[in-house]
Design a protein around this ligand. Sequence first.
Ligand code: C2E
Ligand code: CA
Ligand code: CA
Length: 530
Amino acid sequence: MRNLTRPRSRVFRTDWFNWRSSAIIDSVALIGGTALTSVLANAYELGPQLFQLGREHAEIDDIIFVGFVLIIGLMIYILRRYRDLVCEVKERTIAEREARELARHDSLTGLPNRRLFDEKLHACLSAVSDTRQVAVLMLGLDGFKRVKDRHGHLAADKALGEFANRVTGILREDGMLARIGEDEFGIIMSDIRSLDVPANLTSRIVASAAEAFAIEKVSAELGVGIGIAIAPSDGVNCDGLVRRAVRALCRARGDGRSCVRFFEPEMDTHVERRIHIERELRSAIAADIVEPHYQPLVSLKGERIIGFEALARWNNRTLGCIPPDVFIPIAEETGLIHALGDQLFRRACFDANAWPGTFTLAFNVSPIQLRDPTLGVRILAILGQTGFSPRRLEIEITESAFVENLEVAKTVIDELRQAGVRIALDDFGTGYATLSQLLSFRLDKIKIDRSFVSHLDDSADSRVIVRAILGLAQGFGLTTTAEGVEDAAQLAFLMANGCTEGQGYLFNKAIPAADIPALLSRMPYDSSVA
Ligand code: C2E
Ligand code: CA
Ligand code: CA
């Protein structure tokens, strides 16, 4: 890491030197001034005698001598002043250069910052052609936030520095690596003749980021997602090219850990649609249009309904039905999830008050909601306002919520559990949580992800995994719900292996609140299970 700050001792030396020079100059000027005054006074007094007598040659010599001394003094003064001026100009030039450097570099890594990156890109794009292409790569660290949350800012900064060093070591001499955002970097590669060049570079960067980062006596795992845009094919405008590389990075990040994606024109359309959805979602939340539908939770013993999971549904007048898999992530990214979550929960409690008194309401809480330490208080307040019992509520949380924000999640969950709310681990088996992390939370239920259940018929691996999860849950005294049960064979396997509850199209899809009475009239439900 480079230190771009100016050493203090040098500033002090310069100031002292300037002060000393000025003192000498002032003394010389003072002595010279005094001498000149006295000589002039003498000359004035002696003048008449000189003309009259023409004899005091000695005094004339004195005057000439003093004049000579004065001229020498003046010359010394001019020389010193000149030298001081040269020093001052030199110091100012250095200071200005250092200030310019600071304004163009990142103080943590010493890498060029966005400003220098843009300047370099402008310069490269002015010489771009079909045979001399320019590649802009946007790099986003995967797992950086987790490192920061777990090991603190200092460790995270060290990881950033280490990553910058690794990439600098891989980059070609003429390539530029810059730090663009907190955990985002940019690379410019000029004069490339084939797309293999950036592709090869990215695989080396991905491989190097995959090696553990040893920081503060701990080892941190990071990954890197990379988006690439190429000039001239993806544009020759600096901002446009960077925007497209960022869009490619967004796609890479959405596709998983350490993915690399080249920009494709379809990504522009995707982003525009996303912006449109976001705008519509804001109005839908303001108008309270997004509503919960309910999918039955079934006790496998006797196949009776014991509750419902609330699933968000949004029917937009121009866009049609937008699945929650699309709008929930947008709500999470924009922070709308907090208002939307509260709104849906209030409605769900209100609807659930009309169900048989023993029915459970299962409600999904996203990892982003769990970053908010006030979530528990808000949930309990809504329960109080709607009069729905906390003992009938089951909050579904995914593994990533635990990984991302252990401490806040723990506090919120503790608050809810103390009030009697049960906690279910959703999509079990798809996240990155370690078993010990999961065990540090007191859970009531595990929901086996649909991806395992749907392959019970054709994958021996899925059968082994499901059996293992069921065994684990039994060992810890947890209830289990199998998600996405679609056929009788899956149901038979799950029952034979001790799964307690099921959910899926075999029983029913999610339906509006108004359709629940009709469902209950044709499907058995258990009013003795709480
Ligand atoms: P999830 O919590 O895992 O919900 C189960 C999803 O599987 C639902 O999709 C449900 O309709 C679907 N499903 C249930 N049974 C079957 C089946 O037998 N076969 C198939 N193929 N699918 C089945 P949905 O409603 O599209 O929800 C998707 C995800 O969106 C949910 O996954 C949940 O993560 C999220 N989500 C839905 N509503 C909310 C909400 O109110 N808040 C939050 N934070 N997330 C929500
Ligand atoms: Ca769920
Ligand atoms: Ca699930």
